[in-house]
Design a protein around this ligand. Structure first.
Ligand code: AHG
Ligand code: MN
Ligand code: MN
Length: 369
């Protein structure tokens, strides 16, 4: 019998580092600390109501409202603490920012400060915790501005306002039937499955690619009356299925854990929309740019998928605030391109019902230009 050879996350990172002979190893050490935080969160999530003694953590810990105006679950707070505690000591970070912290987190003495910024959503989809449905953690690593590295000064909000294309690495951990870590260090996307006996993330999904075509979409349809016309048009066409402009049937999914939807799309394709809508004009979208949209967008692009606000490529967006929200559309390339095309067309000048603009029209490709 021959043993199946599997790489650990550590081995994968060492292999990746060979591309940069002068790398110090700080980056890999930081990623391993992030992975450790994810393992600790996975354990807390898996213990559920058993965590934290009689009554469970959900019953014992107080809940507060975070900067988003959302009720924090005890596990949101615990997960945030795992991230900060397990990454602050290594000397690799200049600072951190999180969904659960209004202000940037300063690396406290006696720890040394380093050259990276860590940005994270410690628990995405946490409304699913109480019903034992998949949640996850999302993270992004940026380089700190040179002035911060040179001076070791406290980080400010402005230091984090970098477009998504500048991310050095991004990933998420998924706490589902198995715990997985999906990671990109800018050289494709790799998926690891936690072996709970070894306590190690093992490489199980090398070189993840998203199919360019799909017949599956994900959107919260209860917001339909607030959608903008291009989104409404797209969803209507999907719903019309074989009898409509698309000429094929679509399937719909909504988990209400963006990280779980992203995982499904990385595994088998699909398109996800949480678009800008008119529900609350103070909120141009539901999801947060820096620690939800950008890291997922980075992974998608690295896997050959596409990510957009509908109007512009998401990873080009210049952030204006730490907790900024944005319209987000990602997934199978040809579907996202189609949705972008619908946004680019001036609907008032087009008779969209006209057969010239239908799926099989001669003019379809020209309209993309
Ligand atoms: P979080 O739990 O970090 O606040 O994020 C939840 C997000 C995202 O995961 C999900 O796609 C979306 O909120 C769900 O929104 P609806 O409640 O509108 O379905
Ligand atoms: Mn979230
Ligand atoms: Mn969250």
């Amino acid at each position: 019998m021959t043993l199946q050879r599997r790489y650990t996350l550590t081995q994968y990172l060492i292999e990746q580092r060979r591309r940069f002979p002068n790398a110090s190893g700080d980056f890999n050490a930081l990623l391993l600390d992030v992975a450790l935080a994810c393992k600790a969160i996975a354990r807390s999530v898996a213990f559920g109501a058993l965590e934290g003694g009689p009554g469970g953590v959900a019953a014992s810990a107080p809940t507060q409202v975070n900067v988003q105006g959302e009720q924090q679950k005890p596990l949101d707070v615990i997960s945030n603490d795992y991230f900060t505690q397990m990454t602050e000591w290594g000397g690799h970070l200049a600072g951190m920012a999180s969904e659960e912290m209004e202000q940037p987190y300063q690396i406290p003495p006696p720890h040394q400060r380093g050259k990276y910024l860590l940005v994270f959503d410690p628990l995405d989809g946490s409304s699913n915790i109480d019903v034992n449905v998949t949640v996850g953690s999302i993270f992004s690593i940026l380089r700190a501005p040179q002035a911060v590295i040179d001076s070791g000064r406290d980080v400010t909000e402005a230091d984090f306002l970098q477009p998504g294309c500048q991310q050095l690495a991004a990933g998420y951990a998924l706490y589902g039937p198995t715990t997985m870590l999906i990671l990109s260090v800018g050289n494709g996307v790799a998926g690891f499955t936690l072996d709970p006996n070894l306590g190690q993330f093992m490489l199980t999904h090398p070189a993840i690619r998203v199919p360019e075509d799909t017949q599956e979409f994900a959107i919260n349809a209860s917001n339909a009356r607030f959608w903008e016309p291009p989104v409404k048009r797209y969803v209507d066409e999907c719903l019309a299925g074989r009898t409509g402009a698309r000429g094929k049937d679509f399937n719909m999914r909504w988990i209400a854990s963006m990280v779980a939807e992203a995982h499904r799309i990385l595994m088998r394709g699909g398109v996800f929309l949480y678009p800008r809508d008119t529900k609350d004009i103070a909120m141009p979208g539901r999801l947060r740019l820096l620690y939800e949209a950008n890291p997922i967008g980075f992974l998608m692009e690295q896997a050959g998928a596409r990510v957009s606000t509908g109007r512009e490529p998401l990873l080009q967006v210049q952030p204006e605030a730490l907790h900024q929200r944005i319209g987000l559309i990602f997934g199978s390339k040809h579907e996202v391109e189609r949705i972008e095309r619908y946004h680019a067309e001036p609907p008032e000048h087009l008779d969209l019902a006209h057969p010239l603009f239908g799926e099989r029209s001669l003019f379809r490709e020209e309209m993309a230009l």
